[in-house]
Structures are given as C-alpha cells and as structure tokens.
Design a protein around this ligand. Structure first.
Ligand SMILES: O=P(O)(O)O[C@H]1O[C@H](CO)[C@@H](O)[C@H]1O
Ligand SMILES: Nc1nc2[nH]cnc2c(=O)[nH]1
Length: 293
C-alpha cells in the first residue's frame, strides 16, 4: 500500500545497526547528542571514547558537509553514558527525510532516553546578534507543509503512534534547566529562547523569504534538527535543542551582507567553548533514574 521510499526507517534495519554497535562496546548510552555545523567539539568532551566512522556502521548514511566529521562517538559526559553524532544528515544532501533521521531510531534502540540537538542557524529576530545561543522552544516544519515529514508512510507502532503530539516537543523542564545554567554561567546577555524554522536548503534564503519567515513567527532559520526532533518525540525520547546564531539573516535590500558557510563555521569556533560548557553543565544536572531534571 505504501511505496517503498516512504515506509520510513524500518525497525529491523535500525535494530540490526543498534545490535551491531552494542556488540562492539560496553557503553550503554542514556543520552544522545547531535552536533551542528562546526559544533563537533562537543563530542571531544566525552571521556573513555569509543569512536565509529559512519562509513563503518551498517546502514548508516555518510556525512558530506564541511563541519560534519562523520563520526559516532560513545563515552561519558560528566559521568553520564552518551552517544554523540559528530555530523548529521540534511535533506539537501539528497537523502530521503527518513534516512536523515534514522540515527534517532538507532539511538532509541540503543537505550537513549533523551536527546540534545545543536545547530547553526541564521538569526531572523532583529534583536538577535551573531554568537547568541537560542534555546529552541518550538519549530516550524516548512517542508512538512509540502508533505515532507519523516513519519510519512506506514507507521510502525513499535516506534510510536500514528499521530504524535508536537505541541510539547521541546521539554519544558530542560529548557528551564538551560535558562538556569545559562544564568549561573553568566550567559544571560547572549542566551535567547525562540522558534526555529527548517527549510530544505542548500541555498540560503532570499531577503523576501527572511522577511516572510520572521513575520510567520520564526526567530531563526536553518536546514536541520526539526525532522530529528519529530522522530525522537515519536519514539518517546525527551528533546532539548539549541541554535547557535552564526549569522544574521539578510532582511534589507541595501545590506551588503551575504550568508555563507565560512561565517557559519567561524562563529561556531568562536562560541564553541560556551556552548560546550552550557551543554555539559546541563548534562551534569540531569538525573536519569527518576526521569527528571
Ligand atoms: O543545521 P546544521 O547541521 O548545524 O547546519 C547549518 O549550517 C549549514 C549552512 O551553513 C546548513 O547545513 C544548516 O542547516
Ligand atoms: N537556512 C539557513 N541555514 C543556516 N545555517 C546557518 N545559517 C543559516 C542561514 O542563514 N540560513
């Protein structure tokens, strides 16, 4: 009934990859981390690392974007067992949306209960500055309006329900924890909370598109994260996500600014330390046993 290309990431495929990984090492991760463009340094914080290159992992897609190393790193962060994707997959790389999100289902089958996602994004909100860190409180799935949703196709109840709720996608307690930790670390001046909008890419937005997205309620725009969040929530993992505002979206026809990947990676380098401190301090405070923060 459903065409092959839209049947999602099949359970058996994800299970065999998860079992392959679990057979190679002792780590049993409870936390999954996804590093955005130029933000792969987070993975380097893990202790007692076991590293797999994506090309060596059965069924795993390959990273093709600069700033995405293409390594799955297992280890502990502040004593918590973690798996960290140093490199994610995007629609514009040519993968079907189900393939871009396959790692979320593998995470679930590895035993992961909570995911932390990071990304690089363009700031639409006029108050945002380059280098701001935006806690994502909600999203706009623009490709979803055209039917591009990782859950399209046959639903596998072993992962989750046919019609998952998304109004609670971004965990309120984890967002509050990020605010508290950010304040303690003295990040108040550059910590924001807002709405992230995903587009297909790879071209950056036109001025008219940026203006439209801001009017629609988006504070930042990018080409990732949302589909991973949908799949993670579908299979019951808690989600925390943040954007590093790596560039300001161009809103003015007189502006000489031009969005480019160099600037994105450069800003990532400049803010890496604070972003890593924020995430690792949060992780130190997260209590898994009673599923609270
Ligand atoms: O979302 P991440 O993976 O951080 O990457 C962002 O940066 C790239 C553009 O510079 C795009 O891939 C965009 O999505
Ligand atoms: N779509 C989009 N993605 C980004 N990633 C980093 N900056 C940007 C941006 O300005 N637009």
């Amino acid at each position: 009934m459903f065409p092959e290309s839209t049947t999602g990431s099949c359970y058996e495929e994800c299970k065999s990859t998860a079992e392959w990984l679990l057979a190679q090492m002792e780590v049993r991760p409870l936390l999954g981390i996804v590093c955005g463009s130029g933000l792969g340094g987070l993975a380097e914080m893990l202790k007692d690392q076991v590293v797999f290159r994506y090309e060596d992992i059965p069924n795993f897609p390959q990273s093709t974007v600069r700033g995405h190393a293409g390594r799955l790193v297992f280890g502990t962060l502040k004593g918590k067992p973690c798996v960290c994707m140093q490199g994610r997959f995007h629609l514009y790389e040519g993968y079907p949306v189900q393939k871009t999100t396959l790692p979320m289902r593998i995470f679930k089958l590895l035993g992961v209960e909570m995911v932390i996602l990071t990304n690089a994004a363009g700031g639409l909100n006029e108050d945002y500055k380059v280098g701001d860190i935006m806690i994502i409180k909600d999203h706009i799935n623009m490709p979803g309006f055209a039917g591009v949703n990782p859950l399209a196709g046959q639903n596998d109840e072993r992962f989750g329900v046919r019609f998952p709720c998304m109004s609670d996608a971004y965990d309120r307690d984890l967002r509050q924890l990020a605010q508290d930790v950010g304040e303690e670390l003295g990040y108040k001046d550059f910590l924001r909370e807002g709405v992230y909008c995903v587009l297909g890419g790879p071209s950056f937005e036109t001025i008219a598109e940026c203006r439209m997205l801001y009017r629609l309620g988006a504070d930042a725009v990018g080409m990732s994260t949302v589909h991973e969040v949908i799949v993670a929530r579908h299979c019951g993992m808690r989600v925390f996500a943040l954007s590093l505002i790596t560039n300001k979206a161009v809103m003015d026809y007189n502006s000489e600014e031009k969005a480019n990947h160099e600037e994105v990676l450069q800003t990532g380098k400049q803010r890496a330390e604070q972003l890593e401190e924020l995430v690792s301090t949060m992780v130190a405070r997260i209590e898994h046993n009673n599923n609270s923060v």
